[in-house]
Design a protein around this ligand. Structure first.
Ligand code: ADP
Length: 398
């Protein structure tokens, strides 16, 4: 069988992440990031094999960045492109799996955009631009929310009046589904357990952070909700706060909805507490040098993560293991240890050497024998999106 290439596209409001995934090769043929789009500092970085390249694209918007990067993809694929997988943040309750894109599906994604105004419009810019350039290929939307559509109603409903759910679709959706799905499957494979008979707690800790309880391959509960703001402390997002905070800020200080949103999504989390950075690596280095607010940000992050994992254990009939992933989960042994130190009644015990060795893509077990399994499992959302795109292309062809 000839091996096929899938282009995976992940559009943010000012960025485009892309990877060309070959179904039979571990390494991506080309991958890159166009960022700061729409500004004079717009730049495209890409990696081809071991070579790294940079091109300044002053003033480039998404369209201009695609015009620059797609020929690179075309060349790296030797003209052999089978399909395109687009990451879409919010699929609402409509999409439970990857879906081939057509006008109707695009309209539903646009309507779901009211639930994700910071994310879906950017995804649609990428979809429209790339579909116009490759009208003959199959384009597939892979949704961050889809994996969580198996949550039971008591987990996805908020305790607010029912009509807000029935008329306005206000409920918990959950995000990072592609990563939680990939990591829970990979974790089962690494542990030698069948996916459909294994139970996991997964902590995806990147700039955005979320936890998920996965039972027999299905999400049963997750920390993010209507939007990716609920739950854990993140790089610049507060995670859970008392909902009355917003009312208090409005009533007492006259804050607008926009001001509250900016504060909770862009100025809070690790950045807000430390006053220094949203980047965990920077905070760990600073706290080692005595920066007290950086140390406090780390403490709050770990305690809140532990609390979330303990809460999600309610969704599991048994625990086969805890899986860490994302930039922080895959690299920060300190965060893994501090988090588990807060979960004493679970009897987790880390093997310090194994914990410290798991960094920069090294994966595996970091717990001691005789204690609940803890593993580091690097995520690979691009691979998962490519796999789902290929599965759908195969299904359509049948
Ligand atoms: P995104 O959600 O944007 O994909 P990543 O998954 O790359 O983000 O995670 C970024 C986070 O991972 C940052 O907070 C970064 O500091 C952290 N990180 C990466 N490497 C390390 C490391 N060696 N030690 C601690 N934190 C790290």
């Amino acid at each position: 069988m000839s091996s096929r290439n899938i282009l995976v596209i992940n559009c943010g409001s000012s960025s485009i992440k892309f990877a060309l995934v070959n179904e039979h090769s571990e390494e991506f043929l080309i991958q890159g990031l166009a960022e700061r789009l729409g500004s004079t500092e717009a730049v495209l970085n890409w990696q081809l094999g071991d070579e790294k390249h940079v091109a300044q694209l002053p003033g480039a918007d998404h369209q201009a960045a695609f015009a620059r990067l797609l020929p690179l993809v075309q060349k790296a694929s030797h003209g052999q492109l089978t399909g395109i997988g687009h990451r879409v943040v919010h699929g609402g309750a409509h999409f439970t799996e990857a879906t081939a894109l057509d006008r109707e599906v695009i309209d539903v994604i646009r309507r779901a955009g009211v639930l994700a105004p910071l994310h879906n419009p950017a995804g649609l810019v990428g979809i429209e631009a790339v579909m116009a350039l490759y009208p003959d290929l199959t384009h597939v939307a892979v949704f961050d929310t889809a994996f969580h559509q198996t949550m039971p109603e008591y987990a996805y409903r908020y305790a607010i009046p029912e009509h807000l759910y029935t008329e306005h679709h206000i409920r918990r959706y959950g995000f990072h589904g592609t990563s939680h799905l990939y990591v829970s499957r990979k974790g089962a494979e690494m542990a030698g357990l069948p996916v459909d008979d294994s139970c996991w707690l997964v902590a995806h800790l990147g700039n955005g952070c979320s936890t998920t309880a996965v039972v027999n391959g299905e999400s049963r509960d997750t920390s993010m909700g209507l939007t990716p703001l609920e739950g854990l402390v993140m790089g610049t997002r507060s995670g859970d706060v008392d909902p009355s905070l917003q009312i208090h800020l409005h009533r007492t200080f006259g804050w607008t909805a926009q001001e509250v949103e900016t504060m909770l999504t862009k100025q809070s989390g690790l950045l807000g507490v430390s006053g220094l950075s949203n980047d965990m690596r920077t905070l760990i280095e600073a706290s080692e040098q005595g920066h007290e607010r950086a140390a406090l940000a780390i403490e709050i992050f770990c305690y809140r993560l532990a609390k979330s994992l303990a809460a999600l254990s309610c969704a599991l009939p048994k625990l086969d293991g805890l899986l860490f992933t994302g930039g922080i989960g895959e690299n920060a042994s300190l965060i893994r240890r501090k988090t588990l130190d807060h979960m004493r009644i679970f009897n987790f015990k880390l093997d310090d050497a194994a914990n410290q060795a798991c960094t920069r893509g090294a994966a595996g077990k970091i717990s001691l024998d005789g204690h609940p399994l803890v593993m580091v499992v690097p995520t690979n959302e691009e691979r998962q999106i490519a796999n789902e795109t290929l599965e759908l292309i195969d299904a359509i062809a049948k």
